[in-house]
Every structure is written in structure tokens, then in C-alpha cells.
Write a protein that binds this ligand. Sequence first.
Ligand code: G3H
Length: 323
Amino acid sequence: MTVRYTDPEWVALIRETEKAVKVATTPYPVPPLESGDFAKLIDHTLLKLDATPAQIDGLCDEARREGFMSVCVRQNYVERCVENLKGSGVVVACVIGFHEGTYDINEKSNEALAAISSGATELDIVINYPKLLSGAYNEIYIELATLRNLCATATLKLILETSQLPPPAIVAGTLLCTAAHFDFVKTSTGFNGRGATIDDVRLMRAVCELHARNAGGGNEGGGTYAASTTERRRTKVKASGGLKGVWDVIKMVEAGAERIGTSSGVWIMQEARAVRSERDRVSSRDGPATGMGSTGKGQGQGQGLTRLYTDESVTEGTGGGCY
Ligand SMILES: O=C[C@H](O)COP(=O)(O)O
């Protein structure tokens, strides 16, 4: 693996990016609630170490029923999920280097290859954030580019663990992620500190967009991985950790997230259906509504919505509160 930039060159690039990056002030559109596109935002996640086979089977049933994008599990359950989800259109994501991120490149590579050979098509890889904080940018880039080349057809997401990083390190991690042609940069493991925040998501999205513009659509390198298609050009943002309700999802998507990692997917869809039917009820009584779901713009978000269920009314399942 060739050195793309030296650490001082990375530092200069990161500084340039920090100066040039402009966080969006208008919200990104949110798919209508209850639409297939809304459900497809969600990686339905169960990562607790003592998850049982029965819980994992329940997770798969829920994902199939709701039409989520994926189930996100640890390596030991990948094969079971792949088998469970055959023909469902729900893919299997596996976490790598979870959750500390400090495993070396060989361990991460072996884990990644094992997950892929078990049938995972998406890998959520934890960055070595202590190394990121120490400024070992070239070393991190080499790790990411190696993983990218090794897993050329997989959807790769890089977990930054943003709760542990000041904004300049979030810029640096996002830049390294986009430079290595990862598909997503992701906020959090859900196991360390706070989860996703609006400010972090906005910043990550802005860096991804800036990098895509500067890259001009070409393959910037990154070893032998041929990331030349338009879809590969812009790294997307996955928000995760602490997203427990439909309004959390809406806020994150408006801030720029295009995927949501959550262990509360079932509850979120229940809330989405309840919000939608309340809107339909009001709209048939008072005329067309202008909020989320009719315009897809997320207007009305955060306007004093009262939760539509108490916590006690959560449907029994593997989703709520498990990780
Ligand atoms: O990537 C997903 C996170 O582990 C989920 O976190 P959560 O349990 O707070 O939703």
C-alpha cells in the first residue's frame, strides 16, 4: 500500500477542509413516514454481547416485516441472519473492530473477510480513534484503504465515535473516510458516550459534500479500488447511538444523515405510523396538512410533539433498548 500523503500533508488538507467547509442551513428532505424509503433508512441493530439466538431471530422477523435496510449484528450471528433473511431484501451488516476500534489492521482485515464469507454485505468498522486523536493520519488512511481494497464490493461504513472527538478530529476522520472511498461515515457505536448529535451529522455531511465537489467525481486513488462510479463519489452519513424515536430520525435526516443505526427501529416505525395517522385525521378534518409526510420536508419537526406512546406500551421484542 503506497503512502498517499504524509502526516504533515494530511494536516494541511484537514486545515484546508476546516476552513472551507460550510454546514448546510436548510434541512435535507425526509422521506414520507411509512414509505418504504423511510423504513429503508434503518439498520436494525442488536449488538449486545449476550444477545440470544431467539432475539436475533426476532430481530430478523422485525426487519423483514418493517422492510428495514439491514440487520446489524456481531460476527457470530451473521450466518444465522443471512439464512433468516433470504429473499427478504433485507441485508446483513456486521460490526468490525467493535467497539473500541483499536484492533490492528490484521485483526480488522480478518474480521472483515470472515464477515463477508459468512454473507455480510455491509461492514460497520470502528476507526482507531485514539490514533486519530494522536494525528497518525497516514497510518489510519492505510488501514482504511487496505480494508476498502480487501472488501471491494461491500458497503463500508466507518464509525468515528464522535462523542470522543472534538470537531477538528471529526473533520479529519470524515476526510480520511471519504479519501479511502468508504460508503458511509457513521457517528457512534452506541457503547461510548453520547450518540449522534445534529451538529456532528451536519459537519460530517458538509465535509463529505465538500470532498465530493473537490474530487470532481473522479477516482482519487486509494490503492487499487476502482471507485469511479457516480454513486461511489459522495460518502454518506449514518447517524447512530441514542436515536430512540421517530423525531430523532427526522432530525438526523434533516441534518444530513442518509442511514440510521438504531436498536429502536420497531418503536420508531410505530411512532411513524401514529404520527402519520394523526396527520391524516387532522387533515381530513381541517384540510391538507403542510408538515412532514405531505411535503417530505420535515416541517413541523420538534413543534412540541407529545410522545404518542408511553414507554410501557412498547411492543415486546428485541428492538427497544437492546444493544
Ligand atoms: O449502530 C448502532 C448503535 O449501536 C445503536 O445504538 P442504540 O442502541 O443507542 O440505538
